[in-house]
Design a protein around this ligand. Structure first.
Ligand SMILES: Cc1ncc(COP(=O)(O)O)c(C=O)c1O
Length: 381
């Protein structure tokens, strides 16, 4: 079955009790057991819930994995992966990653005596040299955030496995519509379901999907023991949104390409970061690794530094000034002041996140309206 069909049908079978086309939302926290010490399919909603399980079944199918786990947030999902590690282990992570992941790795995980090194994963020689005998996890994002760098996932999987480490890919920006990391050799795929999977700025959620059942068991153990599961209402909302995931993502990619081309020729714009533009250093790799589009995030720098970027961002009307991304409504943010403010300033600059950088999440509005909004706001430069 094709992706779009699976997004609608897998895990979303009709309710056998009533014939309802949409499965019911199971809000129960606990389930009657057949007898003392006897366990049915479900016993307690932290350990398993039918509405969450339906979503997990759909997600495992869409990512090409054997098992998915739904968490209360994306950060809870990332945290669960780090809980596979122990004191003395080492994490290698890309430089172009979500600021909250950077904060978790540098300010929380380090307390457990786990070392973290950041490396530019677009340079495979640098990446290879950064592995240590105690490296257990390679963490990457492609496209990266906020510079939309493209990392070769298949090459990273080979490197990680040669060094006996797991490869985890934050696939939030690409979505399984455009890239399926497990098919390229990754061990774990992670999502902030808050973004494209949820797609409507109305839920928080996180997802892990794995290729091998033993790793799925380990992560399930962590999830059940620590408890950050996705609630039934959010699970239902996410399942509902996933039915239109492919349509939304492809349309948003199409608009993002038009926005990127507009910005690229604009005299007030210094530089555009969009993997769909031939000038982007990762363009050829993105053509191979991404199918159907290059994502719907576009970053750019304006002339005039932090203040000019701030004025542009504030002048936009359709692009709402807010962190987050991936929803039907377009959003804008200034990473240095918002999503990546949790970086140490010198680290942020060293990783190429300049003060004048602006990040757009292109939504489902008509692209000509979005371009008109940008044209007007750029008069502020
Ligand atoms: C790429 C990426 N990964 C992870 C996260 C964290 O997800 P959440 O906010 O759902 O905890 C975010 C949130 O912005 C993100 O953009």
């Amino acid at each position: 079955m094709q992706f779009r069909t699976r997004a609608i049908h897998v895990g979303q079978e009709h309710d056998p009790a009533t014939g309802a086309v949409v499965p019911p939302v199971h809000v129960a926290s606990t389930f009657v057991q057949p007898g003392p010490g006897q366990w049915g399919q479900y016993d307690y909603s932290r350990s398993g819930n039918p509405t969450r399980a339906a979503l997990e079944t759909t997600l495992a199918s869409l990512e090409g994995g054997c098992r998915a786990l739904a968490f209360s947030t994306g950060m809870a999902a990332i945290h669960a992966v780090t809980m596979l590690l122990k004191t003395g282990d080492h994490i290698l992570a890309g430089t172009d990653i979500y600021g909250g992941t950077y904060r978790l790795f540098h300010k929380i995980i380090c307390r457990a005596g786990i070392e973290v090194t950041l490396v530019d994963t677009t340079h495979l020689e640098q990446l290879e040299a950064a592995f240590r005998p105690n490296t257990r996890l390679l963490w990457i994002e492609s496209p990266g955030n906020p510079l939309l760098s493209i990392t070769d996932i298949a090459a990273c999987a080979q490197l990680a496995h040669r060094h006996k480490a797991l490869l985890a890919v934050d696939n939030t920006l690409a979505t399984p519509v455009l890239t399926r990391p497990l098919e390229l050799g990754a061990d774990i795929v992670m999502h902030s379901a808050t973004k494209y999977l949820g797609g409507h700025s109305d839920l928080l959620g996180g997802v892990l999907v794995v290729r091998e059942s033993s790793l799925g068991e380990e992560l399930y153990f962590v999830q059940n023991a620590t408890g950050a599961v996705l609630g039934p209402w959010e699970s239902f909302l996410c399942s509902r949104a996933i039915k239109t995931l492919e349509l939304r993502v492809l349309a948003q990619c199409h608009s993002a390409m038009q926005v990127a081309r507009f910005l690229h020729q604009h005299p007030k714009v210094k530089r555009v970061y969009y993997p769909g533009l031939p000038e982007h250093p990762g363009h050829q790799l993105a053509r191979r690794q991404m199918q159907g589009g290059f994502g719907a995030m576009v970053s750019f720098e304006v002339h005039g530094g932090f203040d000019a970027a701030g004025r542009v961002v504030a002048a936009l009307r359709l692009f709402r000034l807010a962190v987050s991304l991936g929803a039907v409504e377009s959003l804008v943010e200034q990473p240095a002041a918002m999503s990546h403010a949790s970086y140490d300033p010198q680290d942020r600059l060293a990783h190429g996140i300049r003060d004048e950088l602006i990040r757009l999440s292109v939504g489902l509005e008509a692209p000509e309206d979005l371009i008109a909004d940008l044209e007007e706001a750029l008069q502020q430069v």
